[in-house]
Design a protein around this ligand. Structure first.
Ligand SMILES: *[C@@H]1O[C@H](CO)[C@@H](O)[C@H](O)[C@H]1NC(C)=O
Ligand SMILES: *[C@@H]1O[C@H](CO)[C@@H](O)[C@H](O)[C@H]1NC(C)=O
Ligand SMILES: *[C@@H]1O[C@H](CO)[C@@H](O)[C@H](O)[C@H]1NC(C)=O
Ligand SMILES: *[C@@H]1O[C@H](CO)[C@@H](O)[C@H](O)[C@H]1NC(C)=O
Length: 267
């Protein structure tokens, strides 16, 4: 189980290194030329004297910041689910909905920017860790915890506000009730190269997008202030008339058209 995945990993490293002439760092230290001392465990409990972080590490456990060390237990399925490919635009829409939900949680339910920062980094590192799984760069199996995923309906109250009750689990238990999905096109001989190539292209696209962030600071600051006033308007209108869904709808329409204008400007 472990040996073949190390084998394919080394194959990808040398292939990508040849193609790009760039070192690739591996958390597990397979690339000896660039091996660094193992990072020391960091505890965030009471970090910076913040009592809001008193129990931060108790969730996943120290040295398990991204949850990647939590145990996976796969449950037996009477019938294995098999993937069905749908339009990528629909996938992009669904993931953006989740992303905006993440933003809402962070800014409505956390006031300390330090806490917003560490929690968001924890979240994004757990997503990075899943990326390693799907690229077969980890020793973990690919699956999701179906008990946890089923809790999505508990995130909102019936009036659309965010719930704030304890969902009754700890981070270290996530993976306890894992299920796998069949039907992926992974091929041990061809996928390390094809997946490695599109991963590198994605990284380049990310770097390209990030390099654009500071190029037109005057126009970007004017568009962000447009957004700010629109969103201030929509949050105050939804507060003053929380029962009127049409008011909320019209303000969200105007904010999305403002966002569309800004996007068009940026391009
Ligand atoms: C592919 O490799 C994995 C280990 O990396 C192994 O478990 C699996 O059986 C292999 N699949 C095939 C079809 O050879
Ligand atoms: C998860 O696993 C732990 C340890 O095996 C167990 O104590 C706990 O009850 C499990 N939780 C769920 C929700 O299955
Ligand atoms: C993997 O790809 C190779 C090369 O294209 C092919 O010969 C082989 O049949 C494929 N294996 C599977 C399990 O599809
Ligand atoms: C712009 O992106 C670069 C990374 O390419 C980052 O270092 C920098 O902090 C970013 N600046 C702003 C203002 O977001």
């Amino acid at each position: 189980m472990v040996a073949p995945s190390i084998f394919s990993l080394v194959g990808v490293v040398s292939l990508a290194a040849c193609a790009l002439g760039k070192p690739i760092s591996w958390r597990n230290g397979f690339d000896k030329r660039h091996a660094k001392a193992l990072p020391a465990p960091i505890s965030f409990n009471n970090y910076g004297g913040k009592s809001s972080l008193a129990n931060f590490d108790n969730f996943n456990g120290v040295s398990n910041f991204d949850g990647s060390q939590s145990q996976q237990i796969f449950v037996e399925q009477s019938e294995q689910v098999v993937c069905t490919q749908i339009d990528v635009e629909i996938i992009q829409q669904k993931l953006v909905v989740i992303r905006e939900m993440v933003k809402r949680i962070l800014i409505e339910q956390i006031c300390e920017v330090e806490v917003q920062t560490v929690v968001l980094e924890q979240f994004s590192s757990s997503i990075d860790s899943f990326g390693q799984d799907i690229r077969h760069h980890s020793s973990r199996q690919i699956g999701y915890d179906s008990n946890i995923a089923a809790l999505s309906s508990h995130l909102y109250n019936s009036d659309g506000s965010q719930s704030n009750h304890n969902l009754g689990f700890s981070g270290s238990q996530v993976g306890n009730h894992s299920v796998s999905v069949g039907g992926s096109n992974w091929n041990n001989s061809t996928s390390p190269a094809s997946v490695g190539a599109i991963y590198q292209a994605s990284k380049s696209a990310k770097a390209d997008a990030q390099s654009k962030n500071g190029t037109s600071s005057s126009s970007s600051s004017s568009s962000s202030s447009t957004l700010l006033s629109t969103s201030t308007l929509s949050s105050s209108s939804s507060k003053s008339s929380s029962t009127s869904s049409s008011a909320a709808k019209s303000s969200s329409t105007s904010s999305s058209s403002a966002a569309a204008t800004i996007t068009a400007k940026a391009y």
